[in-house]
Ligand binder design. Structure first.
Ligand SMILES: Cc1cc2nc3c(=O)[nH]c(=O)nc-3n(C[C@H](O)[C@H](O)[C@H](O)COP(=O)(O)OP(=O)(O)OC[C@H]3O[C@@H](n4cnc5c(N)ncnc54)[C@H](O)[C@@H]3O)c2cc1C
Length: 487
């Protein structure tokens, strides 16, 4: 019997699990995917918003700025890439200036520190590649960029280091109320628990409806993106256009790893699993981005992707014990700024749990720090020499685009919350993230995965469960072939 089962290992479930692992609780996280952070958490702008746009009377407004403040400590503890590079919302006319003033005023209400409204000269000094017809901008220096999926993976790894259990490829198919709490039915059997925290992203309404009357709905809203190659000197800050009724609008931003990210658009879709990119969305993103900078080299695109916002009919986060289901907590409608708000949201959920349980007891031995990962690419020549001497696998480069070594991949597989697919290795080490997008290193990554996990190559998936790359042997060794041919 578990004290708490968390459904969903996106950033909501992952970070809430990490915060609850401070307490003496038996906790299980289940996710239908074969890796942590495989849905919305891996397909977003990865911005830690300053917190000026959501209204102060919304949960989004309440949790964004306080969450933002907590990222320096959290990312240091969890060894997650995070950079406070600041954001600019650009204005090109008098209507935009009014919008920017409103954002500034709202930011003051939300306690966003150090914002300023800048005029043309200062903006172009800070960002010379922006279009010269810019007239003003809201500057928010506390906005930052993060490795979004690294944040989820690190949170679960740290939670597991502190005793939390993780079961992947475990899809919740039904839930029944029992006198002890809940019985959860999954494709891998039943789980009994006193409390449930529902962090199922775009499926949070479906999970809610397994225990109580429907009282909210989630409609996915898709956003398409371009990823540009590294080494482009385009922008140094997160560049927004003024928001529209569809959201914060198209951005241009550096990523923590030195690429440029451009997107998203915003279109409602019916299918909760529809993450295919679409031409019209990408075309719209391109048109809008060119309003900020005509210098964008779209011939340097190395990848496109799309993510789904879990938009609720309340147009806000839903973080509460579900109506009519005692001990069942929804963390739903968790669209942007979910990533930015999650540290503060997790504290709020801990407070809900404190009240429901009558008080949680701290562990004496909680360790907030995750063992650091080595990024060979960032080491000095001296450090590289030393580390190869200690472990020769650091001398074997597997991904040439991103300079990722065999030792880093082996470590990524063998940690808590270790990689089990080619994409899981990519998310942890960046092998396959470069210009060739895994064309060179994927077979070598598969080989290492198969060796470390004691599996056959044909059992190694690309990303989702059963997305096998190899299905059967097509060539046998020469002897087999000769004998087959009667030779
Ligand atoms: C286009 C876009 C841009 C965004 N940009 C930003 C940004 O810049 N900054 C920011 O702060 N926020 C941003 N967001 C929002 C942010 O990405 C989300 O708030 C956050 O990732 C949501 O995390 P989650 O854990 O709630 O959902 P998810 O990451 O989707 O996780 C839900 C998990 O539940 C699992 N699940 C679902 N059903 C079941 C089931 N039946 N059984 C078991 N498991 C199940 C899924 O497999 C999934 O892993 C953006 C979102 C989008 C789509």
């Amino acid at each position: 019997m578990y004290d708490i089962v968390i459904i969903g290992a996106g950033i909501a479930g992952s970070f809430i699990a990490r915060e609850l692992s401070r307490f003496k609780l038996k906790i299980l996280i289940v996710d239908r995917q074969n890796d942590v952070g495989n849905e919305t958490t891996e397909a977003n702008s990865a911005i830690i918003h300053a917190g000026y746009d959501a209204m102060a009377d919304q949960l989004k407004g309440k949790f964004n700025a306080p969450g933002n403040k907590m990222f320096d400590t959290i990312c240091d503890e969890l060894d997650v890439p995070f950079k406070r590079i600041g954001s600019l919302v650009l204005g090109f006319n008098e209507d935009d200036r009014k919008t920017i003033q409103n954002l500034y005023n709202n930011g003051l209400k939300n306690n966003v520190p150090d914002m300023r409204i800048l005029e043309k000269d200062e903006i172009l000094q800070m960002e010379p590649k922006l279009n010269e017809d810019v007239v003003c901008a809201l500057y928010a220096p506390t906005a930052g960029i993060i490795g979004a999926w690294e944040f989820a993976i690190a949170s679960v790894e740290n939670a597991m280091d502190n005793g939390v259990e993780l079961e992947l490829e475990t899809e919740v198919t039904g839930i029944e109320k029992e006198n002890f709490g809940y019985r959860i039915y999954t494709n891998k059997g039943e789980k009994d628990t006193k409390y449930i925290i529902n962090c199922a992203g775009v499926y949070a309404d479906v999970i809610n409806n397994m225990v109580t009357e429907p009282y909210f709905s989630i409609t996915p809203r898709k956003g398409n993106y371009y990823v540009l190659d590294k080494g482009l000197d385009l922008v140094n800050h997160i560049i927004f256009l003024c928001p529209t009724d569809k959201g914060k609008g198209v951005i241009i931003t550096p990523t923590v790893h030195g690429n440029i990210l451009i997107g998203p658009d915003s279109e409602f879709v019916n299918d909760k699993d529809s993450t295919a990119t679409d031409v019209s969305g990408l075309r719209y993103v391109k048109e809008r981005a060119l309003l900020s900078s005509k210098a964008i080299p779209f011939n340097k695109v190395i990848r496109t992707f799309a993510g789904l916002r879990a938009h609720s009919d309340r147009n806000d986060f839903i973080i509460e014990e579900a109506k009519g289901a005692k001990g069942f907590i929804n963390v739903a409608g968790f669209e942007s700024p979910g990533l930015s708000a999650i540290p503060a949201v997790a504290q709020y959920v801990v407070n809900i749990m404190q009240k429901l349980t009558g008080g949680l007891i701290y562990k004496d031995n909680f360790n907030p720090r995750r063992r650091k990962t080595v990024c060979f690419n960032l080491l000095s020549d001296e450090e590289k020499k030393d580390i190869i001497k200690k472990n020769p696998m650091y001398g074997n480069i597997i991904c040439r685009c991103e300079t990722v070594t065999e030792a880093e991949i082996v470590d990524a597989i063998n940690r808590n919350c270790g990689a089990r697919s080619v994409k899981a290795v990519k998310k942890r080490t960046r092998a396959g993230m470069g210009r060739c997008q895994g064309g060179f290193c994927s077979p070598r990554v598969m080989e290492i995965l198969a060796r470390e996990l004691g599996k056959d190559w044909t059992d190694i998936p690309y990303d989702s469960t059963k997305s096998y790359i190899l299905t059967e042997e097509t060539k046998r060794n020469q002897q087999d072939n000769d004998s087959k041919m009667g030779g």
